[in-house]
Design a protein around this ligand. Structure first.
Ligand code: GDP
Ligand code: ZN
Length: 318
């Protein structure tokens, strides 16, 4: 299935039909406030839906319960959640070592979001042919210490492509990474002819709208899998978690966290913080800690009255 604002392409028994979202769909979702707040889009690529055939075009009437959903803050002007995709098996960050340079901040944001959403992650470090200063091994070690599978590839030199194909085999995979990192080239390397870029352009012509934030499921026959491309995502702000929940999304903190002086330490320069000490001692990567502190600043604290049920007037109901 793929989604743009007005037309929803739904696959039924191998055939794709065009549907419209029913008004009810938007209303129900807004009233439910799922996953920690209001959503901008009630339906996303990867969703399973029920379709009513009594209209022309047919209408999407409901979204079936999701296995998982990747959600970000819609934009700097819109605090609602934006669901980027649902029901995926894994997300692979494709980070190039150079051109563009690897960004730990961009990487760590999406990894934390996936951790929170229960989506397995992996890291593909591409363009190893451009790695002149040996940073590939250092970056790989950082993310292996965070419990992740890391693969080194050069799509240009066709190295690591077999292992990349094995990562995708039989799964629905989100490919995430800065534009220019090599996502299209990698996919093309395992299935020549499947060009994510071509799909982006035809999508543009299809809808007649200038859109960059458009995602689609692509069948990758060669590995019996699917990939979701995520073009045009420049900023990923985490949605639906508070600043104390962020700690849990950094797996390499777990070994030290119970040695902090304050049992509820946010690891944000509190005295006697074992995480800070571990960074100083070279046991936790400084890049990971830097991204942690930056994301932490963007997240709200948990509500003071967490766990207290307010009387209806105070909770804002009439
Ligand atoms: P996407 O935006 O992530 O889909 O990136 P592309 O696949 O379009 O790649 C962007 C540019 O990087 C293209 O010019 C590719 O030829 C080039 N590129 C892709 N993989 C590699 C690689 O492993 N090494 C080098 N040197 N260039 C690559
Ligand atoms: Zn601490």
């Amino acid at each position: 299935m793929r989604v743009d604002a007005r037309i929803i392409h739904v696959e039924i028994d191998g055939e794709t039909i065009q549907c419209t979202p029913r008004g009810r769909l938007f209303k129900e979702e807004t009233e439910d406030k799922p996953e920690g707040g209001e959503m901008k889009n009630p339906i996303a690529v990867g969703d399973q839906v029920s379709v009513g055939h009594d209209g022309n075009p047919p209408g999407v009437e409901a979204v079936l319960p999701r296995r998982n959903a990747l959600v970000r803050v819609a934009s700097s002007h819109d605090p609602r959640g934006q669901v980027l995709c649902a029901n995926v098996d894994q997300l692979l960050v494709v980070g190039s070592l150079q051109e563009p340079r690897f960004s730990s901040n961009r990487t760590d944001r999406i990894l934390s979001a996936c951790h929170h959403a229960n989506i397995t992650t992996g890291l593909v470090l591409n363009k190893t042919d451009l790695d002149r200063d040996g940073s590939a091994e250092e970056i790989a070690a950082t993310y292996r210490a965070a419990g992740m599978e890391v693969l080194l590839t050069s799509a240009k030199e066709s190295s690591g492509l077999e292992a990349f194909a094995e990562l995708l085999r039989g799964k629905t995979t989100v490919l995430y990474g800065a534009s220019g990192g090599g996502k299209s080239t990698l996919i093309n390397g395992i299935q020549p002819g499947l060009d994510l870029k071509t799909a982006r352009i035809s999508a543009h012509w299809n809808t007649g709208r200038h859109t960059t934030s458009y995602s689609q499921l692509h069948r990758v026959e060669a590995v019996d899998g699917w990939v979701v491309d995520t073009p045009g995502i420049r900023t990923f702000r985490l949605f639906g978690l508070n600043n104390l929940q962020l700690r849990e999304t950094y797996p390499e903190f777990a070994a030290y966290a119970d040695q902090c002086h304050f049992p509820n330490c946010a690891h944000d320069h509190e005295p006697d913080c074992a995480i800070f000490d571990a960074v100083e001692a070279g046991k936790i990567a400084p890049t990971r800690y830097a991204s942690y502190v930056e994301i932490l600043d963007e997240l709200a604290p948990p509500p003071d009255d967490a766990g207290t049920v307010l009387p209806p007037e105070e909770a804002g109901f009439e």
